[in-house]
Structure formats: C-alpha cells, structure tokens
Design a protein around this ligand. Structure first.
Ligand code: FES
Ligand code: FES
Length: 181
C-alpha cells in the first residue's frame, strides 16, 4: 500500500510505513520546499498552513502541515506557497500583502498567504454578505494566525481589499437584502 498525493501539481507516492511522518517534515526534508514555515510545531501559530483539496474537488481547506500526518492525505492535492507564483508574477493576495507592508520578518507570511488564498477561493461562491459579515469571515480565516512583528491590521486590510474585489461593495448587498425583506 502507498499514500498518493500531489504537491504543487507533482505526484508523489509514499510507502505507508511513512504514514506517521508529518507533512511539514516531508515538504522540508524530502521535497526541499522550505517556504512553509516551522514555528510552534504544535498546531497553534499556523505559520505552516498549506491548502489541501480532496480528489478532484475544487474546494480547498487550510491545513496545518506541522500536525498533519501523511496517512491522512491520500488522494489529496496540496498547494504550498511555492506553488502560487508564476515565475516573477505573484498572486494578487501576495502582491496585496507587499503593497500594504503587511509583514516585517515575513516568517508568518506563507501561512497568511495560504489561508487567505483558501478564503478568497471560498468567497467566490459564498452567499452575499454585509460588511460586518465579511469582517467576521476574514477574522475567521486569519484571526488565529500568529505574527510576532506586526499588528495584524495590514494583513487584514490587504485581505479585505482583495475580498472586496471579488464580492463588490457589501453595502450594495445590504441594500438588496433590506429591499427583499
Ligand atoms: S508550526 Fe504548525 S501551527 Fe505552528
Ligand atoms: S512578520 Fe514577523 S512573525 Fe509576522
């Protein structure tokens, strides 16, 4: 038996005797993908967040790589921060974090980027929401990520900018909701 998954589009087969190995160790030690950061190692800080989709599903979830065993990843598609940019071209959320000076040392940034990517993907198909609901959704998406350098506000502002680019002005949603009721 083997465990099969893809990382950034490349397929890997791992013997199930490696099933207890943590995804973060596999990324660092086997694939030499060190963009996903190790910090607390106990599932608290979320610096090690990657995105995972099951099978052919387009639904992605944020996964904490330091605490996720390879045995739980059979049949999944994993994306790390290295899988986002196209050469020199960054994803819009990466550029937004840069433009807003969201980070200083940057150690937490890959985790924020991956959680935000998952959130923005979800937002494309989310029900209409008010600005308050959007703020709460953003807080749910990145509120548990720990950054020791900044005040989080600029991460939040950058993500909200990208969210608004997807859903438009929430005030319009509020008006249409009020009109319908
Ligand atoms: S290193 Fe994984 S949650 Fe902190
Ligand atoms: S920018 Fe240093 S930990 Fe977040």
């Amino acid at each position: 038996m083997s465990i099969t998954f893809t990382v950034n589009g490349n397929q890997y087969n791992v013997d199930d005797t490696q099933g207890e190995e943590k995804l973060l160790d596999f990324l660092h030690e086997t694939l030499d993908l060190t963009g996903t950061k190790f910090c607390c190692g106990i599932g608290v800080c979320r610096a090690c967040t990657v995105s995972v989709a099951k099978g052919q599903s387009t639904v992605e979830e944020p996964v904490i790589a330091c605490s996720t065993a390879l045995s739980t990843l059979n049949g999944t598609r994993i994306t790390t921060v290295e899988g986002l940019s196209d050469g020199e071209n960054l994803q819009p959320i990466q550029q937004a974090f840069l433009d807003h000076f969201s980070f200083q040392c940057g150690y937490c940034a890959p985790g924020f980027v991956m959680a935000s990517k998952v959130f923005l993907g979800w937002l494309k198909n989310a029900p209409k929401m008010t600005e308050q609901q959007l703020d709460e959704a953003i807080a749910n998406a990145i509120g548990e990520h720990i950054c020791r350098c900044t005040g989080y506000v600029r991460y939040y502002q950058a993500l909200k900018q990208e969210a608004l680019a997807i859903i438009g002005n929430p005030a319009d949603n509020r008006l249409s909701t009020e009109h319908a009721s």
